[in-house]
Ligand binder design. Structure first.
Ligand SMILES: C[S@@+](CC[C@H](N)C(=O)[O-])C[C@H]1O[C@@H](n2cnc3c(N)ncnc32)[C@H](O)[C@@H]1O
Length: 244
């Protein structure tokens, strides 16, 4: 993958440039043969390709069964949430983005076990894919327990930098839902500050329970459960994409 840095607007709070390099893990423990087979044989069948001509992704080729909506989850980890939603909403097309190969293999196992036909995987940094996705193609976007990068000098690595939020706003359909969950409250506040500066987003919360209670179709994620063991309850930021 590319690791080149681009000239972009500074992060308005820290004054830093967003960082386009990838800092996360790509590989964990060696995959068991069955998981490696899923990566070798099944992933190519459902991978979201980057168009070779550098143009836009053809959504109708990606989902030939014409789903009623397309939802995307960025950083699905081992895929608990993505797999549960894909099973619950078989008429929706799902794009899951995750560069961590062990996580992708776990998700592929869930796809196989659940016979899920409505999931496509982008096994790389979502920032490489987003420029190719067409405007207003997503009815829902999930970013769940994303890496908080707590040190000030690393804030520009956060997924909720203004540059990414501007892409999310472009990709989201009118009235679409962007759900951002985290157990790191400073990260939540930092992200919300950036989201509220993005004119296309409206925070739907009216009172405290609105950001403490998960959505009705919520499936707890691995990182949420880790936080719960430490007694930390997450924040759920629900943003609506305003009409164009
Ligand atoms: C802290 S983990 C949380 C995983 C999962 N959402 C959960 O709640 O258990 C964050 C995940 O986001 C992925 N991630 C971070 N930045 C990403 C990006 N730019 N594109 C795609 N995935 C990303 C990481 O690889 C990692 O697996």
């Amino acid at each position: 993958m590319s690791s080149k840095k681009t000239e972009t607007a500074p992060d308005q709070r820290s004054g830093q440039q967003p960082d386009q390099r990838w800092y996360g893990r790509r590989h964990g423990r060696k995959l068991r043969p069955a998981r490696q087979r899923l990566i070798d044989d099944h992933l190519p069948l459902i991978r979201v390709p980057i168009p070779e001509d550098g143009g836009a992704t053809d959504m109708s080729a990606l989902f030939p069964e014409s789903p009623t909506a397309v939802w995307m989850e960025i950083g699905f980890g081992t895929g608990e949430h993505l797999a549960a939603l894909a099973a619950r909403y078989p008429d929706v097309g799902f794009i899951g983005c995750e560069p961590f190969v062990n996580g992708v293999a776990s998700m592929l196992a869930k796809i196989e076990d659940g016979g899920l036909k409505n999931v496509r995987i982008f096994d790389d940094d979502v920032r490489l894919l987003m420029p190719h996705l067409p405007d207003a193609c997503l009815q829902r976007l999930y970013v769940l327990f994303s890496d908080p990068w707590p040190k000030l000098r690393h804030h520009r690595r956060r997924i909720s930098v203004p540059e990414n939020l501007a892409q999310f706003a472009r990709l989201m359909a009118d009235d679409g839902t962007f759900l951002f969950a985290t157990d790191q409250h400073e990260f939540a506040a930092w992200s919300l500050y950036n989201m509220l500066k993005q004119p296309e987003f409206e925070w739907t919360a009216r009172s405290r329970p609105d950001w403490l209670v998960p959505p009705v179709d919520w499936q707890p994620t691995r990182y949420q459960l880790k936080a719960r063991k430490k007694g930390i309850e997450p924040v759920f930021l629900n943003l609506r994409r305003r009409l164009r």
